[in-house]
Design a binder for this molecule. Sequence first.
Ligand SMILES: [Zn+2]
Length: 102
Amino acid sequence: MRTRLKKGDQVRIIAGKDKGKQGRILKIDRPSARLIVEGLNMVKKTQRPKNQNDKGGIIEIEALMRASNVMVICRKCGPTRIAAKLDDEKKIRICRKCGGAL
Ligand SMILES: [Zn+2]
C-alpha cells in the first residue's frame, strides 16, 4: 500500500488501542507502509543492564503502526483523506473533503 502521509503530519488514530488520539508522525517506513506517531502506540520493552550498576528495566517506546490506521488532520474539517493534485506541474496534497492544501 502506498501512503501519501509525510513525516511531521498531524494524524488521528482511527483503529487500535489508541483510537481517537492525535499525534505527529515521527517516522515512516514506506516499504511496509507503517509509521511511528509520537507518544502513541507505546509498547513496553525490557532493557538489559548495561553494566553492574545498571539494573536494566522496562522502557516504553513507540511501535510501528499501519499507515491505514491513521488519518491526516485538515485544519478546516478534521480527520480526512489525502488527495493529490497537480499544481503547475508540481504534485500537491489536498484535503479530499474541502480541497484545501494540506
Ligand atoms: Zn479539509
